[in-house]
Design a protein. Structure first.
Length: 297
């Protein structure tokens, strides 16, 4: 009886130690994650705080909170930049971003369907060549692309920023679509063929609705990357009336000998708002698209 009574006591003690160790590891993990979040979010908090600081306090006051808060910088931004309304820059950025999203989603979905489902000569080499372009730096093709658009008289327009998106030039998103298409059952294609659907109708009515997570993932990344793009817009746009928000921010630095940091920070905060709202609205679909892409079903 004594041995039997001692056994449960021994198990209880030994079982409590792993639980306490697991709880300690959980607390430590949460502390590390919170510390990383604080470090990563500090520049954003400092940016928002500095947009409310007076001009003389931005560089002298190192604290996060402003001593004398002011909203005059936002008034300067809404008053216009370089003779143009901020809404014009917002409109240009929104037009480029939305057209890029539409072009990238349609072209990459079609290319992904072709590589993932259709049988045609040279599919393997073409797919390998497409993947190899991921390792190709953007600067390598910059000059040839500029010459092409210059000969087409498209420089200083929005076309060089939007038109390539309609030709599936983003190999990363094509690969994402291919992996997702390969995970869909082929019986769906066979059923559509029996019902009289060709390849295009099969894609439009059967495959595309099932690509929703991958499509939304592509849309989110395309919107964010295009909205924040500075280099391509700097190369192709010369007229301030066609500038997007990243180029408009640069004009605060080029005005005279003193940089207008206050209005520039205020405009930066306003430029972050659409990205934050877009990400918050679709973050659930982003997680679904990344987690399910490449799974076999």
């Amino acid at each position: 009886m004594s041995a039997q009574a001692a056994t449960p006591t021994h198990l209880t003690v030994s079982g409590g130690e792993p639980k306490r160790a697991g709880a300690a590891r959980g607390v430590l993990w949460h502390v590390v994650v919170i510390a990383l979040v604080v470090v990563l979010m500090y520049p954003v908090v400092w940016l928002v705080s500095s947009s409310f600081k007076p001009a003389g306090e931005i560089l002298s006051n190192l604290s996060v909170l402003p001593e004398h808060a002011t909203t005059s910088h936002y008034g300067d931004v809404f008053g216009g930049v370089a003779g143009y309304s901020i809404w014009q820059y917002f409109g240009n950025s929104l037009a480029v971003s939305l057209l890029s999203v539409i072009g990238n989603v349609l072209s990459c979905a079609l290319a992904g369907y072709a590589f993932g489902r259709l049988r045609f000569r040279g599919r393997g080499p073409l797919f390998a060549f497409m993947l190899s372009t991921i390792m190709l730096p953007h600067h390598v093709v910059l000059i040839p692309q500029y010459i092409i658009f210059q000969q087409l008289d498209m420089v200083n327009t929005l076309w060089p920023l939007v038109l390539p998106k309609f030709f599936a030039t983003e190999a990363f998103f094509v690969f994402l679509m291919v992996q997702f298409v390969r995970g869909l059952p082929r019986e769906l294609d066979e059923s559509a063929t029996i019902d009289g659907c060709g390849p295009f109708r099969t894609f439009w009515y059967v495959i595309l609705p099932l690509l929703r997570p991958a499509v939304i993932t592509t849309a989110i990344f395309t919107f964010i990357w295009t909205w924040n793009d500075f280099f391509s817009q700097l190369i192709y746009l010369n007229d301030p009336s066609k500038f997007t928000l990243p180029l408009a921010l640069q004009m605060f630095v080029d005005q005279g000998s003193d940089s207008a940091f206050g209005p520039m920070f205020a405009m930066s905060v306003l430029a972050l708002v659409p990205i934050g709202l877009f990400f918050v609205a679709f973050q659930r679909f982003l997680v679904d698209g990344v987690s399910t892409s490449g799974l076999k079903g």
